[in-house]
Write a protein that binds this ligand. Structure first.
Ligand SMILES: CC(C)(COP(=O)(O)OP(=O)(O)OC[C@H]1O[C@@H](n2cnc3c(N)ncnc32)[C@H](O)[C@@H]1OP(=O)(O)O)[C@@H](O)C(=O)NCCC(=O)NCCS
Length: 184
C-alpha cells in the first residue's frame, strides 16, 4: 500500500467552492465510468449523478449534521463524508467518497476514523450506523474490518430520488451496518 496521504479535515461550508468540489468528488466516486477506476463502485447498479447541488447544500446546512472534507497537502479535495446526528445515542455516516484516482492508499480508512472521532467528540454519540446497497460484498467486508457489524435491518432503496438517471436493477435495498464507538 502506498504511504498514507497527510490530510487536513474541516467542515464544509455552503460556499460555491465547497459545493462544486464536493459534488464533483461524490459524482466521480460513486457511479459512471470514472468510478470504475476505484476498487468499489455503484456503476453497475445505478446510472445517475448520485446527488445535485441543492441536495448537497441541504446536507451542508443540516442543523443536526456536517459534511466533513479532507484536503491533501496541495489543497486538493481528496475525500468527503456526511455525519448526521440521529439522536443522543446514534449518528449516521454517509456520502463517503475518495477520489477514484487515489483510492486503496489508506485515505478512506483515515477519513472513517476521523468521522467516528467527530461523532464521539462533537455529537457525543455511542454508535454509528450506515446503509450500504446489499450487493456490495467487498465494501461491506471493508466496513466489517473497520469494526462494523452487519445487522438484520434493511431499508428501501430510494428509486424515486435518483438524480438525472436511472437504476440498472430493480432489486436494490440497503443493509444497515452499526459500530459501537466505545470500542476503538
Ligand atoms: C469506500 C471508499 C471510500 C474507500 O476509500 P479508500 O481510500 O479506497 O480506502 P482505503 O485505502 O483506506 O482502503 C482500501 C481497502 O480496499 C481494499 N481493496 C483494494 N482493492 C480491492 C479490491 N479489488 N477488492 C476488494 N478490496 C480491495 C484494501 O485491501 C483496503 O482494505 P484494508 O485497509 O482493510 O486492507 C472508496 O473506495 C470510495 O470512494 N468508493 C466509492 C464510493 C462508495 O462506495 N462509498 C461508500 C458508500 S457506503
Amino acid at each position: 500500500m502506498p504511504h498514507a496521504t497527510s490530510l487536513t479535515f474541516r467542515v464544509a461550508t455552503p460556499s460555491d467552492e465547497d459545493v462544486n468540489a464536493t459534488l464533483k468528488l461524490v459524482r466521480s466516486a460513486y457511479r459512471g465510468e470514472t468510478s470504475r477506476t476505484g476498487w468499489t463502485t455503484e456503476a453497475d447498479l445505478l446510472a445517475d449523478e448520485r446527488i445535485d447541488a441543492a441536495g448537497l447544500r441541504a446536507k451542508i446546512e443540516e442543523p443536526q449534521g456536517v459534511v466533513l472534507l479532507a484536503h491533501d497537502d496541495a489543497g486538493a479535495l481528496a475525500s468527503c463524508c456526511e455525519i448526521l446526528r440521529r439522536d443522543d445515542e446514534l449518528a449516521y455516516f454517509g456520502m463517503f467518497a475518495v477520489d477514484p484516482l487515489r483510492q486503496a492508499g489508506g485515505i478512506g480508512r483515515q477519513v472513517l476514523a476521523e468521522a467516528e472521532d467527530y461523532a464521539r467528540r462533537v455529537f457525543g454519540v455511542k454508535k454509528m450506523e450506515m446503509s450500504v446497497i446489499w450487493t456490495r460484498d467487498e465494501l461491506i467486508s471493508w466496513y466489517i474490518r473497520r469494526g462494523y457489524t452487519k445487522t438484520d435491518e434493511t431499508r428501501p432503496f430510494p428509486y424515486h430520488g435518483l438524480v438525472n438517471g436511472k437504476a440498472l436493477r430493480d432489486d436494490l435495498y440497503f443493509s444497515i451496518l452499526v459500530k459501537d464507538l466505545s470500542l476503538r
